[in-house]
Design a protein around this ligand. Sequence first.
Ligand code: FRU
Length: 474
Amino acid sequence: MQIDETKVIKVTNERYRLNYHLSPNSGWMNDPNGFVYFKGYYHIFYQYYPYDSQWGPMHWGHARSHDLIHWEQLPAALVPGDREDEDGCFSGSAIVKDDKLFLIYTGHHYYDKNDPDNFWQNQNLAFSSDGVHFTKYENNPIIATPPKDNTIHFRDPKVWEHDGKYYVVIGSQNEEKLGRILMYVSNDLFEWEFKGTIAESKSSFEEGFMWECPDLFRLNGKDILLFSPQGIKAQKQKYLNLFQTGYFIGDFNYQKANYKHHEFVELDHGHDFYATQTMLAPDGRRIVFGWMDMWEANMPEQADGWAGALTLPRELTLKDDHLYMNPIEETKQLRKTELASEKCTTAKYNLSLPKENGTEILLTSQIQNWKGNTITFSINSAEKNKMALTYDKKDQKLTLTRQGQDAKRYAKLKKCSELKLHVFIDRSSVEIFINDGEAVFTERLYSEKNYEVAVEAKQTIDMNIDSYLLSRSE
Ligand code: FRU
């Protein structure tokens, strides 16, 4: 199957195009897929629809990079329409074996194309020797059906190798309508055997009715299950997005396919973060990409012929049973000019940002010296007051307010003597890493005007501010 280039949608307005984040050249993007390192390149694939800025029959878009920062867009790797992926190549992952790059993905099939809720899903394989051109396996599917006690939801295989065997975890739903993760094992990637259910939702409203995009990996002596549950009921200050992304920390036993774990924890506190995928980099870092959007969100760029972006690649680390997320070291390559480097004692600090570039801002302040209780970091534009993040030292709470409906998001910090904000602003996105990645807020933010940053404290405080203009050199 080939893309019909004559029908590919065009970008008609650049006003919200991102400078240093990965987004499609045009058309729709959702989940990151197939994050892998192969023959000198990092590869990232993504859920992609080339003919419209809305979701449609899923393709796999594809980009590669030497440094995780400068990406080269390549032709779509998977185009749906073959017998085993007739109505879509849904999310999946990649692995290198025998000098070849293998993609494992979900085939999506409607019983009746006019009834999108009535479908079935299977798991398929494709491979490539050059990392650019992919061939679908002629004997697809590799996993034809889910176990008998499953519903139709059976997707997003994440593959890895352990002690000479291959494993996948697959997102699914049992017949009681509870989310769960299934595991399969293989000697060769072609023949798969069902090992069992490794984790399951306690109840639909507490942990969700369907679990998407699972990823099981080892980090600092623990086994982390990262996944995207649908259906968790919102609490006052938690689970406020339509769907969540978060993790369990636990211990996985391969012989028994048994996973003992703690409670579910959200990974990011912003409005726009979903469907993560990680990879183990050659140097041992666990790096994650997320989709920097949310289902059913308002996406103003759709009017311009595109939609969707990935977050910055972030390094995951585990400390004291908490997952920290920080921009990878390589993002420093984006720094082009210094915008500010100041130590100041003030209750109000302002910074104007040029329109075309992205910006990075690092702010630190010793909390014990504060006389007031709060500090607010805000991003405004001549259009409207856009977004503000307030830290309240008394209850160690962060509150993010974004203009519009469903405005507020929250995070709690551990006790700390210093507040550190690490902020990345791009043309239509903001990522804020707080206290070395202890809490993160990921947001899409839209303005056609320049941004103005302001830091305001209740009373005069000491702070250090460093800021850089960021740009991906072509
Ligand atoms: C997650 C998801 C996956 C699915 C894909 C379809 O955002 O719903 O479960 O494979 O998107 O595009």
